[in-house]
Design a protein around this ligand. Structure first.
Ligand code: SF4
Ligand code: SF4
Length: 426
């Protein structure tokens, strides 16, 4: 991940963790210079042994760099590209600066744009505001319209926080139906605020709670798995499915170790991770030490391995560890009931969500193993639900409930029907 303007941004989203990082560079003008761009491009491409090399541009707001910078970046990529290697670019933006010129450029060079949008107007504007405190929803939607108009590939990044966590279906349906998103990422906001946070967790009131996050994902999953599999791609669900398939996840949060999500600052400083842009996680500067040396240095290997090594016993014996992996170390703020540190603040939600999706994940994994599309799950679930309805329709009041709860039908799913006929039965 490359931050050509560091953490600089034209907005002031309330939960942003990038802006405070600008204090690390008090005298900087926060613009990557051409010499460093050239050095980085050369080293980054040379360091890879894969047929596709992806550049991920991030901010702050990376469009503040101006289009000439990215034109130069693309030209350098062409210059250093070995034969047979494909180069791709992804760029994460708040969308407020997107216009027809940017979109023409992105379309021409096949950039994949990540657009930050937190849902419908009210919940988006709760925290995503500009420097003057003004809402940004209209400007983001104009940017989105420009992406659509010019046929630019995009995905939507939605943070999940106190203002939208209670509205999972409203948020999901808005992104799917009104924003026209086919690729969606949900990122939980867990914001440490030592001064004003919760006295036990130190987490701000803007943060999503573990329970809320679990309910949010589960509600969206239930809609997605019954109608949208194969049409809409939700990163959390795709990664979970990879875990059920026993495959490597494509995201660090769901991996057993960290270490491959390094971030390059505007001045060439390389850090262990985007969430750990702090002096003690600075690996060095690529103008002084080759990138490939920094990437493989013992400090970075230790950082990566620490994710697994510091798991508390509660995680090690957890039935959903294979999918959860203890979550991101930055969110491991709690103690287990046994008093061990290192439990993820979102644990309750992870546990609930991964348990909730187990049956459907098994179905999708079975379809994929049989060479069938995962979207067959839509039909399987519909068939199952019809069969269940039929079992309920046939069930007698005093029989065990067909749902398998172990209770009598009249005390479970047959409660309504039972009460309708209670007098007659008595
Ligand atoms: S600390 Fe979190 S964000 Fe960073 S690499 Fe590890 S899992 Fe990924
Ligand atoms: S659900 Fe909780 S206990 Fe289980 S692995 Fe995740 S964080 Fe650990």
């Amino acid at each position: 991940m490359v931050k050509p303007v560091g953490g600089e941004c034209n907005l002031r989203c309330a939960y942003c963790y990038y802006l405070p990082k600008t204090r690390l560079y008090p005298h900087s003008h926060f613009r990557m210079d051409e010499a460093l761009l050239e050095e980085f491009t050369r080293q980054y491409i040379a360091a890879q042994r894969v047929p596709e090399v992806n550049f991920a541009w991030q901010g702050g707001e990376p469009l503040l760099m101006g289009s000439a910078f990215y034109e130069r970046a693309v030209a350098l990529q062409r210059r250093f590209r070995p034969t047979g290697v494909r180069i791709t670019n992804a760029l994460q933006t708040n969308g407020t600066l997107l216009d027809a010129d940017w979109c023409r450029f992105f379309r021409q060079h096949d950039f994949l744009i990540g657009l930050s949008l937190d849902g419908p107007r009210e919940v988006h504007d709760a925290y995503r505001r500009d420097r003057a405190g003004r809402p940004t929803f209209n400007r983001v939607m104009e940017g989105l319209a420009a992406l659509h108009e010019h046929g630019v590939a995009f995905n939507i990044l939605t943070t999940v926080h106190a203002a939208n966590a209670h509205y999972p279906l409203e948020v999901y349906r808005f992104l799917r139906d009104e924003a026209g998103a086919r690729f969606i990422q949900f990122i939980p906001i867990v914001e440490r605020n030592a001064a004003h946070g919760c006295p036990t967790t130190g987490v701000s009131e803007r943060s999503v709670s573990g329970a809320q996050y679990g309910r949010f994902l589960s509600a969206i999953f239930d809609e997605w798995v019954r109608r949208d599999v194969g049409q809409v791609f939700v990163q959390t669900f795709d990664i979970a499915l990879a875990a059920w398939m026993g495959e490597r996840p494509g995201l660090c949060v769901a991996s057993p170790t960290c270490g491959t999500a390094m971030v390059l600052e505007h001045n060439g400083d390389l850090y262990a991770c985007d969430h750990f842009v702090e002096p003690r996680y600075r690996l060095g500067n690529i103008a002084q030490t080759p990138l490939v040396e920094l990437v493989g240095c013992p400090q970075q290997r230790a950082f990566g391995e620490a994710k697994r090594a510091t798991l508390p016993q509660m995680c090690r014996s957890c039935p959903v560890l294979f999918a959860c992996q203890g979550g991101c170390p930055k969110d491991r703020l709690l103690q287990t009931p046994q008093g061990e540190p290192g439990l993820n603040y979102l644990c309750e939600g992870y546990r609930a969500f991964f348990s909730h999706v187990d049956a459907a994940m098994r179905m999708m994994a079975a379809e994929l193993r049989a060479g069938q599309p995962a979207s067959n799950v839509i039909l399987r679930l519909a068939e199952e639900e019809v069969a269940q309805q039929e079992r309920w329709a046939r069930a007698e009041r005093n029989e065990p409930c067909p749902c398998g709860s172990g209770r009598k039908f009249k005390h479970c799913h047959g409660r309504t029907r039972g009460s309708e006929h209670a007098d007659a039965a008595l």
